[in-house]
Write a protein that binds this ligand. Structure first.
Ligand SMILES: Cc1cc2nc3c(=O)[nH]c(=O)nc-3n(C[C@H](O)[C@H](O)[C@H](O)COP(=O)(O)OP(=O)(O)OC[C@H]3O[C@@H](n4cnc5c(N)ncnc54)[C@H](O)[C@@H]3O)c2cc1C
Length: 398
């Protein structure tokens, strides 16, 4: 069996690994000229953590990850006003929690790809020709591949989804915020941060920072913006938007890298009415983006790829496997997206009153019963296990 995967991110690399193990011939294409090295810290827990465990990835992820003791919400002078202990967070998700830079998560997945897998950077899918028994992917390098399956794992602005269904705006649920992430070099800030994660305790806009082991600082910033269109000059916009914040924010703005090294996008969810057509399907953010508000996009990208691989290995037909994948996985995604939207006001309060309410909530979260509620709110209402939606059960329920 042969598959073309468009996108060498978390979803695409996970699927590439799993299908290679099942003797599929795998080609992965990615439009970036090389693996992405820029990124941001992700908290990795939930179903993706379980998938990583099954794949034997945890030792390497733990090695590359960071031991973050807490998240501190700080005022203009850097004084902590509220604290979320990562021990408590870990307990709320059954101890299964990692903090890791997204490029390191991808690195761990790339390292275990088999030698015979074909990886083509600087290439994308430019056209799709579907037949009953085969799909032809035309690539931007002028070549064409005939495969049993084509998978769009090319992120929130998926080109494969565009070729399948047209204009992306129809599938976007803009959540009224935009976000930026980059790394910068400032030894004095790195020393001040220590090992903790620190965020401004502010309304309307906030900036959070992690110190990295190479001595640099990873920053992400999120603000409300009614207008979904991205600003024309992103560095200038960020300087203006965050210029009034204190603490280390002026240094983070002054040391901002060039625009092409800054991640900047809408905070949005993706809701596509149908994930597959014939032998073409979508995984990861391309069909299921939950947004950073849910804090689980990377985890779900890995878990969704795991579920698809399970369906494909159990199926007698590719199209039947794609139907089962969507039937079993979509309800999980819908639940996490809902949890993400519910958490928006806690993630970024709109008013000073809400900031104070969040402080009170964080104090309460030290109480065991509230800790369990916190667990339910970060993982989504339904505590689904990977076993419920993959492997054996799917062979009998499909
Ligand atoms: C600031 C921020 C913080 C976050 N924090 C967390 C967190 O704490 N926990 C968590 O689990 N998730 C978090 N997320 C979400 C998470 O990063 C994403 O959900 C996850 O990266 C999705 O993985 P993916 O593989 O589907 O897509 P992506 O990571 O977007 O990868 C897509 C890949 O496809 C490639 N590509 C794109 N377009 C094309 C094309 N046309 N042709 C070929 N290749 C293409 C890209 O180069 C890339 O390699 C956060 C996101 C942001 C922005």
């Amino acid at each position: 069996m042969r598959v073309v995967i468009c996108g060498a991110g978390i979803a695409g690399l996970t699927l590439g690994n799993l299908l290679s193990e099942r003797d599929w011939e795998v080609t992965i294409v990615d439009h970036a000229p090389a693996p992405r090295t820029a990124g941001y810290m992700v908290d990795f827990f939930g179903l993706g953590y379980d998938a990583a465990e099954r794949m034997g990835l945890l030792p390497r992820l733990t090695e590359l990850g960071y031991d973050v003791p807490w998240a501190d919400f700080v005022d203009d002078s850097g004084r902590g006003r509220a604290r979320l202990s990562y021990d408590r967070f870990a307990r709320a998700v059954n101890g299964k929690l990692l903090s890791i830079m997204r490029p390191d998560l991808e690195l761990a997945l790339r390292e275990r790809l088999p030698g015979q897998l074909e990886m083509r950077y600087g290439t994308t899918v430019s056209a799709i020709d579907e037949r009953d028994d085969i799909v032809r992917a035309q690539l931007s390098d002028g070549s064409e591949i005939e495969a049993d399956l084509l998978v769009g794992a090319d992120g929130i602005h998926s080109t494969v989804r565009g070729l399948m269904f047209g204009d992306e705006q129809r599938f976007f649920r803009y959540l009224g915020m935009q976000t930026a992430a980059y790394t910068f070099d400032a030894p004095e800030v790195r020393a001040r941060l220590g090992d903790g994660f620190a965020l401004t305790d502010t309304a309307q806009r906030m900036m959070g920072c992690y110190g990295l082991r190479d001595g640099t600082v990873a920053v992400f910033a999120t603000h409300y913006r009614d207008e979904p269109a991205l600003p024309a000059d992103i560095p200038a916009f960020l300087r203006e938007e965050y210029g009034s914040l204190g603490w280390i924010v002026p240094t983070a703005l002054a040391r901002m890298p060039e625009e092409h090294e800054i991640y900047y996008d809408q905070v949005a969810q993706v809701d596509v009415p149908q994930w597959s057509t014939g032998r073409v399907t979508l995984i990861g953010d391309a069909c299921q983006a939950v947004s950073l508000l849910a804090g689980q996009g990377a985890s779900l990208a890995m878990a969704g790829a795991y579920v698809l691989a399970s369906c494909l290995s159990d199926a007698s037909s590719v199209t039947g496997a794609l139907r089962r994948y969507e039937t079993h996985w979509r309800p999980v995604v819908v639940d996490k997206q809902r949890a993400g939207r519910r958490g928006a006001e806690w993630f970024l309060p709109r008013s000073r009153g809400r900031v104070l309410a969040r402080r009170a909530m964080l104090r309460l979260s030290a109480i065991p019963g509230v800790e369990r509620m916190l667990g339910a709110s970060v993982t989504g209402k339904n505590a689904v296990r990977l076993d419920d939606i993959s492997a054996e059960r799917l062979t009998t329920t499909g």
